[in-house]
Design a protein around this ligand. Structure first.
Ligand code: CO8
Length: 257
């Protein structure tokens, strides 16, 4: 029991924190690539590199690729510039931090009790489960810890169609859950979504680039209240509004142990 708990925690720390608690990322290559991308290099919070059990070079899905439109690249460049270290005399860092994004989450989740080992080994983070560039969820999240908010540039791929020529509402909800949940997890550690309330105001054209904005409303004990909005990149058009409640959980709850 103790050993399986340890294994579960180790796997959780190694994979989930990338989105839920990026401060905890300790992988050397990740830190290195993060430094290259953005000045917001985070401390390892006491975790050692040996905790990383998988590939030495996991793919960061949130880096620019050939499928990105000029608009997507522009938004990325804008926020990435706000991350850069202003190196003159001081090592002043920008307020924004680009989160890396990987496609593995948990290998030893409670669902594994019911699922075959093949399914366990093939499990992937939903939003990063399609490796084809540009086919589904292309996105990058920038976090502003000082202001307790984040922004996500999201380019929808052809697999996300709902109404003809527009993005499926479930795909928008998925992104909303991801972005608001990432913020809640970044600020409060491991969390799960208890409630996600969405108002769809105007359809999102398939293939377009939109921004998802999320900000902390308040924290009450275990409860983290977060809001979210989807807008056009110039923020002139509102597509979606949301509120979300996340509950802080201990690692054992996530694993069902
Ligand atoms: C990759 C990065 C993306 C991250 C985002 C993606 C996250 C997800 O999608 S998670 C998957 C979807 N969510 C789930 O499966 C969660 C299923 N639900 C659960 O596991 C539990 O109900 C859980 C963890 C939410 C809460 O359980 P538990 O810790 O026992 O909380 P509990 O003690 O009952 O309630 C705590 C407080 O929250 C409140 N609360 C709990 N659920 C709700 C709810 N749905 N609505 C309103 N309030 C709620 C309770 O009333 C209580 O309030 P108070 O302290 O004032 O009395």
């Amino acid at each position: 029991m103790i050993r399986s708990c340890f294994q579960a925690v180790r796997t959780f720390i190694s994979h989930f924190p990338v989105t839920l608690c990026p401060d905890a990322v300790s992988h050397g290559a990740l830190i290195k690539s993060t430094r290259l991308q953005c000045s917001g290099h985070r401390s390892a919070r006491g975790l050692s590199m040996s905790l990383w059990p998988l590939s030495a070079n996991p793919r960061d899905f949130s880096l620019p690729n050939a499928s990105w439109s000029a608009e997507m690249q522009q938004v990325y460049d804008h926020y990435n510039a706000l991350c850069e270290v202003k190196t003159k005399d001081s090592e002043e860092k920008g307020p924004w931090y680009k989160l890396p994004s990987y496609n593995r989450s948990l290998k030893h989740a409670a669902g594994g009790v019911y699922l075959s080992k093949i399914i366990q080994s093939k499990s992937r983070l939903f939003t990063r489960s399609n490796k084809e560039y540009g086919a589904a969820f292309e996105y990058v999240i920038f976090m502003n810890k000082q202001e307790k908010k984040c922004v996500c540039a999201f380019q929808s791929g052809h697999l996300l169609e709902g109404p003809p020529g527009h993005v499926h509402g479930g795909a928008i909800a998925t992104m909303m859950d991801t972005v608001t949940g990432t913020l809640a997890g970044y600020l409060a550690g491991p969390v799960m979504t208890a409630n996600l309330n969405i108002n769809y105001r105007s359809p999102v054209p398939l293939g377009s680039v939109v921004l998802l904005h999320s900000a902390l409303d308040r924290i009450e004990g275990k409860k983290i209240f977060v809001n979210g909005r989807v807008t056009s990149t110039d923020e002139s058009k509102l597509h979606t509004e949301a509120t979300a409640l996340f509950i802080s959980v201990n690692v054992g709850h996530v694993f069902g142990i």
